[in-house]
Design a protein around this ligand. Structure first.
Ligand code: NAI
Length: 480
């Protein structure tokens, strides 16, 4: 029986390993983490992350061939294949701060693998890492290896939160990079055999190590670039009377471009896009490629611009002051069908609104009050963001209202901002919401999910990103 161990029981480690356990009943999979609370949650009825279909998969395998444990060293030492899926956040101090990936968790995992291993192992980079990380990992492992053979593979994960189980069941591709030596190729084949239990062979791509590492950064950069491109267009649409949905539809019908990932919004979020692009920028700078670095940096700058623009639009529409006005926030997660709030645009926009002294009342079906308060009080690292305002004082954060009901959040509000495209926000009783709001009542739709005409008929003044402006908004000061 092949034994797999995965270090890091997070958004990637948990679902990925659950899928391997489901599809490979003869493989024993242990997911380990230093976080006692996270492992306890994986072993309970309340999983630590929300993903459609995840609970069913975990329940089917847990205790049979899928185990969650804090006994990191034992499971690593027993495994044939060790995945490393620890977090690789942006460095906040020292050389490369604000851009480079912090590999401290990775290095500590690698040193531990070297310390506890008594047999040959395949070590798989599942985390997103800078290109050439495998070389550093190889050095750490071989210098401490006591004669054990380690083969390093890069197997970046392409799942998207919110659709993780579907993405894992039916991936567009699985990418495995390894050394071009006989041992390297043998390791690639061993990992390929695991995925081949359910992924068609032609969708399992094999490359050299550096291509696999760089492909993950490149894929995220391309995806984020599409969003920033359409968001940049949305500003021009508002200035000219074009409608960004019509423009992106017309553009996306070109088969060379394709229709996906072309929705204008308040900005992209999530733990990966910004972090991975900054990492890419840093690698380009280290290689003397200033023009290339500046090209990718612009993707993040446009994302910041879009969040800033949204704050300015809200303030300028409401007579240039939101001081003391209640504003309802619908949605805080960075996208629908997840409770993840890492780098959600809601954080920056809420901070902007609070900076202008608004009173906020926030509702998200999957995000708790504690999480929202933690996010708003967090001191984010300022790379060169104009949007990054001072962290909120704990007292100010405590005054932010958080409710479990959209109607309560919007009661007596002057305006409603929509930050997450949850399906339930499309079918709210907006007439009821309007009747209970102060007048004039504003809706600022940061995800373009409401029926603008219907809401205008009810009496709302509606701002929808990149759509022809409400006559009311046209008369207000220009927003840059
Ligand atoms: P996460 O923060 O949810 O999980 C990482 C886990 O690793 C944490 O539970 C932490 O306690 C654990 N950990 C850290 N150091 C450890 C150590 N030495 N020993 C044992 N456990 C340790 O992170 P997430 O979102 O799962 O991301 C992991 C990696 O996958 C990152 O590099 C990320 O960029 C990448 N990735 C994330 C995707 C996502 O959608 N979240 C998608 C694709 C890649």
């Amino acid at each position: 029986m092949v034994k797999i161990c995965c270090i890091g029981a997070g958004y990637v480690g948990g679902p990925t390993m659950a899928m391997i356990a489901l599809k490979c009943p003869l493989i024993e999979v242990a997911v380990v983490d230093i976080s006692v609370s996270r492992i306890a949650a994986w072993n309970s009825d309340q999983l630590p992350i929300y993903e459609l279909g995840l609970e069913e998969v975990v329940k089917q395998c847990r205790g049979k061939n899928l185990f969650f444990s804090t006994d990191v060293e034992r499971h690593v030492s027993e495994a044939d294949i060790v995945f490393v899926s620890v977090n690789t956040p942006t460095k906040t101090q020292g050389l490369g701060a604000g851009k480079a990936a912090d590999l401290a968790y990775w290095e500590s995992a690698a040193r531990m693998i070297a310390d506890v291993s008594k047999s040959n192992k395949i070590v798989v980079e599942k985390s997103t890492v800078p290109v050439k990380t495998a070389e550093a990992i190889e050095k750490i492992l071989t210098h401490n290896s006591k004669g054990i053979n380690f083969q390093i593979l890069s197997n970046p994960e392409f799942l998207a939160e919110g659709t993780a189980i579907q993405d894992l069941l039916n991936p567009d591709r699985v990418l495995i990079g390894g050394r071009e030596t006989p041992d390297g190729q043998k390791a690639i084949q061993a990992l390929k055999a695991v995925y081949a239990h359910w992924v068609p062979e032609d969708r399992i791509l094999t490359t050299n190590l550096w291509s696999a590492e760089l492909s993950k950064l490149a894929a995220n950069a391309f995806l984020a670039q599409r969003i920033s491109s359409v968001n940049a267009m949305s500003a021009l649409c508002e200035a000219t009377g074009a409608d960004v949905s019509q423009v992106s539809h017309a553009v996306g019908e070109d088969t060379r471009i394709g229709p996906k990932f072309l929705n204008a919004s308040v900005g992209f979020g999530g733990s990966c896009f910004q972090k991975d692009i900054l990492n890419l920028v840093y690698i380009c700078e280290c290689n003397g490629l200033t023009e290339v670095a500046n090209y990718w940096k612009q993707v993040i700058k446009v994302n910041d611009y879009q969040k800033n623009r949204f704050v300015n639009r809200v303030v300028s529409s409401m007579f240039n002051t939101i001081s003391g006005k209640k504003i309802a926030i619908l949605g805080f997660a960075f996208k629908k069908d997840t409770g993840d709030t890492r780098e959600t645009p809601a954080i920056d926009v809420c901070k902007g609104l609070l900076g202008d002294k608004a009173r906020l009342s926030i509702y998200d079906p999957q995000v708790t009050r504690d999480q929202i308060q933690r996010d708003l009080s967090m001191n984010k690292f300022d790379w060169d963001h104009p949007i990054h305002l001072q962290p909120m004082s704990p007292t100010a954060v405590k005054q932010v209202g958080v409710t479990w009901d959209a109607y309560e959040a919007t009661k007596d509000a002057h305006g409603v901002c929509i930050f997450t495209e949850w399906d339930e926000f499309k079918t709210l009783d907006y007439k009821k919401i309007f009747d209970n709001m102060r007048k004039p009542a504003f809706v600022f739709d940061g995800r373009n999910i409401v029926d603008v005409e219907k809401l205008r008929e009810i009496g709302f003044i509606v701002y929808s990103i990149g759509k022809p402006l409400d006559p009311w908004l046209k008369d207000m000061p220009a927003v840059a």
